[in-house]
Write a protein that binds this ligand. Structure first.
Ligand SMILES: CCCCC/C=C\CCC/C=C/CC(=O)SCCNC(=O)CCNC(=O)[C@H](O)C(C)(C)COP(=O)(O)OP(=O)(O)OC[C@H]1O[C@@H](n2cnc3c(N)ncnc32)[C@H](O)[C@@H]1OP(=O)(O)O
Length: 278
C-alpha cells in the first residue's frame, strides 16, 4: 500500500514527499526546482515485482498531479540500477497472478514512457532487461562508468523481449543495432552503450552524474508552454498506439509462453546459473 505524505522534513536540500510501508522506493523533491528524485531500493537487486511496479505507478500518478518539473530515476542499491523483472513473478506462478503482474508492468511502463514532464535515468549500476527498459523509457540517460552493463539479455534466458521493449530500443539506436543487440542478448559496458547511442552521457562518479543531470534540466526547465511535452508525445505516439492496440492480446501470449513447462524449465535453469555463478 502506498501513501502520499507531504511531511516537511526540510532539514536538507530535499523535502520528503512520499513514503511507502515497505520502502522499496525513496522519493525526494527539490523545493526550488520541483524536480523529484526517485530512488529504487528493493534489495537485493531492485528486481521489478508487482509491489515495486505498483509503487512506481502511484508515484507517476502523483507527479503528474503535482505538476512535477522533472524526474530523476535512480537507485539506492550499490552497483545495481535494476535487475529487470523479478523472475520469481514468472516461476511456479498461476495464470491470475501472472496476468495481474503483466498488466501492472504494462500500465506502469506506459505512465513512465508518456510522462508529460522531463525524465532522466541516472544509471548507477547494472541494468539488464526491464531495468534497461526503465532507463530507455526516460528522456535522457546518464550512466556511471566503467563497470556497469546495460542491455536486453532476454535471449540468454530463453524468453523473448516484448515487441514494445524492442521498439523503444529501435527508436533510440535504430533497427539494425537493435536487431543485433536483442538477438545476441548483448549487455553493453558504459562506454559501449555510449558508442551505440543507448545512453546519452557517461559520468565517472555520482558528483559528475548529478552535475550532468542538473545541466540537462537547466537547459530545458525555462522552456515556455507545453511544446516540449507535445513533441515528446508526437515522437513516442507510434509506439504507444501500437502498444495500446496489442496490449490485451500480448498479455495472453505472455501467459501462454511463460506457463509453458519448457519456459518454466529455462527459468529454473537460469535461476540456478545465477545462484551458482562464481
Ligand atoms: C510472442 C510471445 C511473447 C512472449 C513473451 C514472454 C515473456 C516476456 C517477458 C520477457 C521480459 C523479460 C524482461 C526481464 O526483465 S527478465 C529479467 C532479466 N534479468 C536478468 O537476467 C538479471 C539477472 N541478474 C543478474 O544479472 C545479476 O543478478 C545482477 C543484476 C547483475 C546483479 O549481480 P550481483 O550483484 O552479483 O547479484 P547476484 O547475481 O548475486 O543476485 C543477488 C540475488 O538476486 C537474485 N536475482 C538477480 N536477478 C534477479 C531477477 N531478475 N529476479 C529475481 N531474482 C534475481 C539472484 O538470484 C540472487 O539471489 P540469491 O541471493 O538467492 O542467490
Amino acid at each position: 500500500m502506498y501513501h502520499l505524505k507531504k511531511f516537511n522534513v526540510t532539514s536538507g536540500k530535499y523535502r520528503k514527499l512520499f513514503s511507502s510501508v515497505a520502502k522499496v522506493i525513496d522519493v525526494s523533491t527539490d523545493d526550488k526546482t520541483n524536480i523529484t528524485r526517485v530512488y529504487l531500493q528493493r534489495p537485493p537487486v531492485n528486481s521489478l515485482n508487482s509491489h515495486l511496479l505498483t509503487e512506481i505507478s502511484y508515484i507517476m500518478d502523483d507527479l503528474e498531479k503535482t505538476k512535477c518539473k522533472g524526474l530523476v530515476l535512480t537507485s539506492n542499491i550499490v552497483n545495481i540500477f535494476s535487475a529487470g523483472l523479478d523472475l520469481t513473478e514468472f516461476y511456479k506462478t498461476d495464470i491470475q497472478k501472472l496476468s495481474n503482474f503483466w498488466t501492472t508492468l504494462q500500465n506502469t511502463w506506459l505512465k513512465l514512457y508518456t510522462a508529460t514532464f522531463p525524465t532522466v535515468a541516472l544509471i548507477n549500476g547494472h541494468s539488464p532487461a526491464a531495468g534497461c527498459l526503465l532507463a530507455l523509457s526516460c528522456d535522457y540517460r546518464i550512466m556511471l562508468s566503467p563497470h556497469y552493463t546495460i542491455g536486453f539479455n532476454e535471449a540468454k534466458i530463453g524468453i523473448p523481449a516484448p515487441f514494445w521493449f524492442i521498439e523503444v530500443m529501435q527508436s533510440i539506436i535504430g533497427s539494425r543495432k537493435t536487431e543485433l543487440s536483442v538477438l545476441t542478448g548483448q549487455m553493453y559496458k558504459t562506454d559501449e552503450a555510449l558508442a551505440i547511442g543507448l545512453i546519452d552521457e557517461t559520468a565517472i562518479n555520482l558528483t559528475e552524474a548529478e552535475s550532468k543531470v542538473n545541466s540537462f534540466f537547466k537547459n530545458i526547465i525555462a522552456f515556455p508552454g507545453k511544446s516540449r511535452s507535445l513533441m515528446k508525445k508526437d515522437c513516442r505516439d507510434h509506439i504507444v498506439q501500437k502498444f495500446l492496440l496489442k496490449k490485451d492480446e500480448e498479455r495472453e501470449l505472455v501467459i501462454e509462453f511463460i506457463m509453458n513447462p519448457k519456459t518454466q524449465k529455462n527459468i529454473e535453469l537460469y535461476f540456478k546459473a545465477l545462484q551458482n555463478k562464481v
